[in-house]
Write a protein that binds this ligand. Sequence first.
Ligand SMILES: C[S@@+](CC[C@H](N)C(=O)[O-])C[C@H]1O[C@@H](n2cnc3c(N)ncnc32)[C@H](O)[C@@H]1O
Length: 294
Amino acid sequence: MRVMTSLGLCSSVEAEVYCPTDKSLAMTKPIGRDGVPCIYDLTLPALSKLPEYLRLNNYVNPEEYSRSPMQWAVGKSQFEWLAENKQHQFLFNSYMSSRREGKPNWFDVYPLKRLIDGAIPLPDAAFLVDIGGNEGHDLGNLYARYSRPPGRLILQDLPKMVKNVDRQGIDAMAYSFLDPQPVKGARAYYFRAIFHDWPDRICQRILLNTISAMNAQYSRIIIVDFVLPDTNVPRMQSAMDIQMMSIGAGVERSKKQWVDLLASVGLKINGIWNSNPALESVIEAVLMEDAERL
Ligand SMILES: C[S@@+](CC[C@H](N)C(=O)[O-])C[C@H]1O[C@@H](n2cnc3c(N)ncnc32)[C@H](O)[C@@H]1O
């Protein structure tokens, strides 16, 4: 209890009397109850061996997914491990859908009007495709706010993830973003907390697969992820950076890293929106040739 108190997980009001704090209450909700054991079991085996991995690899930043610290320590990376651990996959999905509770929605930070204006107003036109959208919590929030979007809301994730999804207003589709995007000419292709899982080489592949489906004059890519400051990165974001590096050779990126990554596949950033430097930003990107015409 002394350790718990020193971590702020409870308060110590007098000898051997403890009271809950905001943190202890959070531990009873899905974000703590499901998130903490899942992320602990998922990341600890690789993190505990990180010093040895780095020493063996001459302290070179891992840039190959197939050679991530987790791959080396455990024999698989995060999504393969989750797919094989049903209970942890369940906890992970619960954590994904709960971890942003109380924080602004991406469409409160980014002016959605930029996508709605000019969208083809046909019911079967694809308005927004949420790629790697897990069980559809983000699209569910969008639909709760805009129950008449100008076109379809499409959820894409791996087959196991979407097979039981049945959400009003959302079309679920099994798809791997390592393959060419089958939904052509959508108004927006949306990626939240996707690119930080992967090294640049795989991000380029995902982006090129998306570009293959884009209408150059019409489609946009929306990315929701951290945009790190160049100096004094806050503790949570820097911890996430090491975590992503360990479990899949991923990376949390600075603005320059985003600009360089997107430019490497012919994309240009139209704008970056953020409500709070400690939270994810929203990046809007378009194909370079047509950026000025959008
Ligand atoms: C970190 S979660 C992000 C989920 C959601 N976008 C969010 O922000 O809450 C990453 C998601 O990518 C999905 N994913 C992993 N590999 C994938 C692939 N090859 N194709 C499509 N989705 C994939 C996972 O199943 C998971 O739902």
